[in-house]
Ligand binder design. Structure first.
Ligand code: XMP
Ligand code: MG
Length: 177
């Protein structure tokens, strides 16, 4: 594999397709064990997680549902700053076993603001599956239960993740050169 260009930036190979696939298989295996006899609902956060969510979901063998949301941030009217809302969440999560699916947890800000809102719906349980986490960038109290890879604090593209909207269709992960 060679380096690639997305818009004005160069990226080098980081995680190969097969490496990602193998890791997702073991995440799914763990989920199948943890949710045996249950029927979790996966809530995938668009856009970045769509490929991860799809590949993970295909390997889940327990009865399961999936739904897709977008998180929109707008300036709050109070001094607390930005408010995160979920667009597209139609079903009630009350009493459900929810698995929130993210592409990457960076500072953790997005999820730290969104999770309390999800909990207001009183799900039976809530766990987080994130393809990537950047432990060195984490600033908020968010912890994923199923982590694909802990990665260095470098920008990555591919496998659903974008640089300015491009690069999502690259089948493997690349890191900023
Ligand atoms: P926070 O800081 O709220 O950020 O955890 C999560 C969101 O930031 C974006 N993000 C990235 N996107 N490559 C990307 O393509 C990266 O390396 C990266 N780091 C953070 C992403 O949208 C994620 O949902
Ligand atoms: Mg994202």
């Amino acid at each position: 594999m060679d380096k690639i260009r997305v818009l004005d930036k160069e990226f080098v190979p980081f995680l190969a397709e097969e490496t990602i696939d193998l890791r997702i298989s073991s995440l799914a295996e763990q989920i199948n064990i943890d949710y045996a006899g249950k029927a979790p609902i996966f809530i995938a956060v668009l856009n970045g997680s769509f490929i991860f969510a799809s590949d993970l979901f295909k390997k889940v063998t327990v009865a399961a549902q999936i739904s897709f949301i977008k998180l929109a941030s707008y300036k709050g009217t109070t001094s607390t700053g930005n408010v995160i809302t979920a667009i597209g969440l139609e079903e009630s999560l009350k009493g459900k076993d929810v698995i929130l699916v993210e592409d990457i947890i960076d500072t953790g800000k997005t999820l730290s603001e969104f999770i309390p809102q999800l909990l207001l719906q009183a799900p039976a349980s809530l766990r987080i599956a994130s393809l990537l986490t950047k432990p060195d960038a984490l600033k908020y109290d968010v912890k994923a239960d199923y982590v694909g890879f802990e990665i260095p604090n470098k920008f990555v593209v591919g496998y659903g993740l974008d640089y300015d909207g491009y690069g999502r269709n690259i089948p493997s992960l690349y890191q900023l050169a």
